[in-house]
Design a protein around this ligand. Structure first.
Ligand code: KG4
Ligand code: ZN
Length: 327
């Protein structure tokens, strides 16, 4: 079964073709970092215009790479939200047009569900029940997945998302955009741990805005800049690892999927792999390129939903804010 999927939720145009939900035949991501970099963040109008220019050529290229023709596609998957509405609409309208002209079903996928499926995509042995930590530019969520398509958010951030904190601190340090990879590189040169405060709200929630303030306060004095990046990264990683493992232990779950852009952070991966075995917990990471936004994860979610009988209709609309779908 051939699935073509599209993700245009934010600033990356992504198109993928998968065979049978796990076999990637083509995975194209056209990043727009060049146009948003000088603004230090995504400019929605520029993002949707770039998606519009990219999407059709990318679909053609994906088909060519996968060595199939459009008539071979069995199902179309597309992100309907959450994200920037103007960006989402480009992908959604394209998917609807394709589905209509090819007379094939299409399925709308929640981007966050897609991030969870990015771990399943490369680890067939990962099936519910499992815990998922989704750490991206917009979300920091601990999600209990008891069954397929059932998502219980047991914790999330009270202020900034983890990726957002990386981006903001990178801006304070003036080391580039997106901030996550820039901080990770810079932190390798750090030697001192300034021991920044770890905010630990009750339960499984997170909070990162205090940490950002602590960094800006630290920067007013004489400090070693790479060590500031290092200390910040240590503080974020500590909290993410501690809370996620605590959640697994308390809910008696022994599988943890860690996905989203921040899951590409090597220090985070290293610390999870050090700590989790102590508690008998197995960690499932997507490979590095599957952590950040891509359409393969959307295709994988589409595959599972298709097999379970889900279909969308042409009334499906783009949604900027939407919670995890249940059912
Ligand atoms: O999942 P994603 O590509 O897009 C969203 O859905 O938000 O995540 C992007 C976020 C950005 O905030 C970026 O700075 C962060 O993930 N990120 C990282 C790393 N790579 C990307 N954060 C820490 N370390 C990284 N290596
Ligand atoms: Zn994402």
């Amino acid at each position: 079964m051939y699935i073509l999927a599209i993700d245009t939720s934010c600033d990356d145009t992504s198109v993928a073709i998968l065979k049978d939900g796990h076999n990637i035949l083509s995975n194209l991501v056209s990043s727009q970092h060049d146009i948003h970099e000088r603004f230090g963040g995504v400019v929605p109008e520029l993002a949707s215009r770039r998606h519009l220019e990219n999407i059709i050529p990318m679909i053609k290229l994906a088909l060519k790479e996968a060595k199939i023709e459009s008539k071979d596609i069995d199902v179309i998957g597309v992100t309907y939200g959450p994200g920037l509405v103007g960006s989402l609409l480009v992908g959604l309208m394209t998917a609807k047009g394709l589905a209509y002209s090819l007379r094939k079903p299409f399925i709308g996928i929640n981007h966050m569900e897609g991030h969870i499926f990015s771990a399943i995509l490369e680890h067939r042995e990962l099936y519910p029940p499992f815990m998922a930590l989704v750490v991206s530019g917009g979300h920091t969520d601990l999600v209990l997945v008891r069954r397929y398509f059932s998502y219980e958010v047991i914790g999330s951030t009270r202020d900034d998302a983890a990726g957002e904190a990386f981006d903001k601190v990178a801006r304070l340090l003036d080391i580039g955009y997106p901030g996550g990879p820039a901080i990770e590189r810079f932190a390798r040169l750090g030697k001192i741990d300034y021991n920044l405060p770890r905010a630990i709200p009750e339960g499984y929630d997170f909070s990162f805005s205090g940490l950002k303030t602590a960094v800006s306060r630290l920067l007013k004095g004489e400090v070693d800049l790479p060590s500031v990046a290092y200390s910040f990264q240590e503080a974020v990683v500590d909290v993410l690892v501690d809370k996620s493992l605590k959640a697994c232990i308390n809910y008696k779950i022994n599988k943890l999927a860690v996905s989203g852009g921040v899951a590409a952070n090597k220090r985070l991966r290293e610390r999870f792999l050090e700590e989790a075995p102590k508690y008998g917990i197995k960690i499932y990471f997507p490979s590095l390129s599957m952590c950040t936004d891509n359409a393969s994860m959307i295709a994988c979610a589409t595959y599972y939903r298709y097999l379970a009988g889900y279909r969308s209709d042409f009334t499906l609309n783009a949604e900027s804010y939407c919670s995890y779908p249940n059912g």
